[in-house]
Design a protein around this ligand. Structure first.
Ligand SMILES: Nc1ncnc2c1ncn2[C@@H]1O[C@H](COP(=O)(O)OP(=O)(O)OP(=O)(O)O)[C@@H](O)[C@H]1O
Length: 237
């Protein structure tokens, strides 16, 4: 569903991503792990078309993101770590707006908005202006806006930051449900416990290099992801 091949990205003279190769299949919940500044957000931004890159290729559902950007975006949902929403809209207006962009029919849109705003406990606040929302409420709204259009590929940057325990629980349940329907989920996180328990596959990036990638159980074996991660950070220095 998402194939990143030999991706290289620099900011000025600083080589940030160094031949990054990642493969995320339908049904995967794929965790992307690395220290601050390792290159996670840069990779994600390249995938969703927010930044250009010098070499390599990115394919979503066998479509190249550079030659077929619109069709890639139609099947992808992206939730950044700090969602910038239209603050002057109410939550409901925003969700309707996103639903219309993705051409969801009226009855399905209404049903999905109701379902997910209940699940994420945002139904009471849907008529309030987004400018009055807390960080966590904005995060929930961004998540709902991604879920209502049923993406084939869901990409999230640090999705659990700022979410309360109930919303965290429901998001994890949604991930499992979506991956059972064949959706591919790719997210960055610093919460290694969540990654270990939730993700069937994991990649670890250090200084722009993928230093480990594969099935979680094969990476962790009888240790813990935290131990493996700390060990890898030591070894690679
Ligand atoms: N717009 C930019 N201009 C110049 N350098 C940048 C820019 N954005 C990111 N970088 C650099 O690219 C490197 C990777 O940053 P990135 O945001 O991808 O890290 P990250 O793994 O997501 O980190 P974190 O866990 O802290 O979010 C860092 O050295 C950062 O300083």
């Amino acid at each position: 569903m998402l194939k990143i091949k030999n991706l290289n990205k620099s900011y000025g003279s600083k080589h940030i991503l160094k031949n990054v190769n990642l493969n995320i299949d339908s049904g995967d919940i794929f965790g992307f792990i690395g220290k601050n500044g390792a290159g996670k957000t840069t990779t994600i931004k390249a995938v969703v078309g927010l930044i250009d890159f010098e070499s390599g290729s990115i394919e979503i559902d066998n479509m190249d993101i550079k030659s077929n950007p619109l069709n890639c975006k139609k099947i992808t949902a992206y939730i950044p770590d700090n969602p910038e929403l239209y603050e002057f809209m109410s939550g409901l207006e925003y969700l309707n707006f996103i639903g219309d962009i993705f051409e969801i029919n009226e009855s399905e849109k209404k049903e999905k908005i109701e379902e997910y705003s209940n699940v994420f406990d945002l139904n009471q606040d849907l008529y309030s202006q987004i400018s009055t929302y807390s960080h966590g409420m904005k995060q929930k709204l961004a998540i709902i806006s991604a879920l209502i259009h049923n993406p084939k590929l869901l990409i999230l940057d640090e999705p659990f930051v700022g979410l309360d325990p109930t919303a965290t629980h429901f998001l994890k349940e949604q991930f499992k449900e979506m991956c059972q329907r064949g959706c591919a989920i790719f997210f960055s996180t610093h919460v290694l416990e969540v990654a270990q328990n939730l993700c069937n596959k994991i990649a670890i990036i250090k200084d722009g290099n993928i230093i480990k990638q594969g099935y979680t159980e094969n990476i962790v074996e009888d240790s813990s992801l935290e131990n493996i991660f700390l060990e890898l950070m030591k070894n690679e220095n």
